[in-house]
Design a protein around this ligand. Sequence first.
Ligand code: GLU
Length: 421
Amino acid sequence: MAVEPLEWDTPLFQTAITQYEQALPHADVDAAAAARLRFPERAVMVSVPVRLDDGTWSVFPAYRVKHSSVLGPTKGGIRYDPHVSLGECAALSMWMTWKCALLRLPYGGAKGGVRCDPRQLSLAEVQRVTRRYTAEMMSVIGPQEDIPAPDMATNEQTMAWMMDTYSMQKGYAVPEIVTGKPISIGGSIFRNEATGVGVVMVVERACERLGWRLRDQRCVVQGFGKVGGIAAHDLVHRGAKVIAVSDFSGGVHASDGLDLEHVQRWVDEHGSLAGYAEADHVSNAELLELHCDVLVLAALENQLTGANAHRVNAKLIAEGANGPTSVEADTILADRGILVLPDVLTNAGGVTVSYFEWVQDLGRLFWNRNEIRARLGEKMSDAFDRVWSLSLQRDLSLRTAALVGGIREVAAALSARGIYP
Ligand code: GLU
């Protein structure tokens, strides 16, 4: 029985559903599981009243959507952004489910956030938003139920406030309630770098399969934050050339390669790339169309669409962000022979080290950097190899192969458990 449209039925959720439907025929899933997994299990919407520094009040809509708890607690980030909506969280929670399952982490997907403009808020205001959001979500989060993590505009400090708010309610420290915390309160070594380094691990593995050398690649990186910034530095560290990077203020480009240390110092001092004098400035739209070998998308969703995909001048695209390529763009890029390394595989380093953090917290036993990096490498390579082989065997795009890999894991568990009652 068709009951659509549903409250979360937005363009981004439609993208997630269309990708799911493209993967389903190849995933051999029973009809009940296939129908069930089209829906998030639970969607919570609250409003977060916050006193601003000037004494006035704002009330922000906020969400937490859990897509699937079949494999374990739900897991996913919390974002602070003016575009946060029920539909966005629903789409992102579904992608988290496939991502966790593909990486064989014992989690389902979730995503949440507060619809606010973090650039307009002081640190004290962000702290009040975070603590009230956490208090509103007390009954739906938990170390065995749902474990938040950083996402757009949230970070270690945000997670520390969440952990503290939750722990104060419980009466004892509960480090395992969130991941991406500071190391001083049970965070994991390497969590900060994990998403960006994971992106480069996937790019490197893809280059190997294609017979390319990473050090010959000229790369453009959209985004210079927690994911893009780390990925850009790691690409250079591994010998590749980064010829352009961007942030919310626009992009900088030097066809001989950027001096990233210099760029980083500028950003640390001035807060953005604006005004950087040692390279040409390009708009975000121009950056996406620069001539390069590898284009890393590590900023926002919906960046390559039907409107610009035919002007992309890269050979390989790596999705560090979630959902940066629309369904239409996927088709255009495939027709043009441009390979897309999909988000659910490419940016999975973050949630993988989040899983390591949670395991370390639960066991109260902490691992060293080499151990974590090696385990991350194993997990990413294993998932990459499964996706690559399936894509070759069944003649599927890497995205569809990655989704098939994730969907099969969840559907097998759901079929084994059965649908309650
Ligand atoms: N927000 C990140 C993601 O989209 C990390 C989630 C996590 O570590 O739980 O994958």
